[in-house]
Design a protein around this ligand. Sequence first.
Ligand code: SIN
Length: 296
Amino acid sequence: MYGGPVKIFGAELAHPVVNGSGTFDALAARRVFGEQLDARFPFAAYVSKTITLEPRPGNPPPRLWELGQGMINSIGLPNKGLARFIEEDLPAYAMLPAPLIVSVMGFSGDELAAAVEALGERSEILAFELNFSCPNVETGNIVGSSPEETAAMTSLLRGRTEKPLIAKLSPSSARPDQIALAAEQAGANAVSLINTLPGMAVDPSGGGPWLGGGGGGMSGPAVRPVALAQVSRVAEAVEIPVIGMGGVSCGRDAREMLDAGATLVGVGTENFRDPAAGERILAELRELNQSSVERK
Ligand code: SIN
């Protein structure tokens, strides 16, 4: 039965569709639509934009390059920093009609541990997603590219909170199964993949990188086959749940991600094109269910 409730992290989610971190601003949506949003909230759990200990302005513009089948972003993790996140955003997130997964990143183990520790007891939070795989900042992908680093960082954080930990993996590893296993053995409760593929756009006016950050991360329908291959490989290797994402833009894509072994499906880039995409994708997923029943 596709699109039904899912038990994960000791909670029962209404369905398997969640957002990719940084692709849907639930707080802005709630400011605009108020309580109307609650009845049509598109995700079964909400994953926040990645936060870091200190505030960050993000990368210089331009930050986006559009492709026929996706885009390259060089956002660079802009965020208000942990202290303001706790003061301003956590109470607002608690009003959402879906459990909260907080995405965290650190430029050292100590930074990440401090963030997880400060948030580790907060009842508003269901789980942490550990962003080991951002290609847009200098050290962003170091942990996610190495099983040893992934294991060391996960076990450091495992000691700092009882809450479930989700390791977000990079598609740039040739052996994502080894990275996922390292995360599992070090105490991660789930893995999510894929983050964006490292990419580059050249300035059409005469060479050099177009994006302010130099390179960027590619996402959208073009990366979906890569995501499916990696989700499938990882799901065969680990016992913990896999949150599969990468180019999902319709119900059939979501079903393929579940068939590849994912427990939850993340919708990312499609949210920029259609902020109601999560709701549509879930409805399409359930319709596919119906049509396969009718075919029997
Ligand atoms: C960004 O803010 O650079 C995107 C987040 C990510 O790639 O992890």
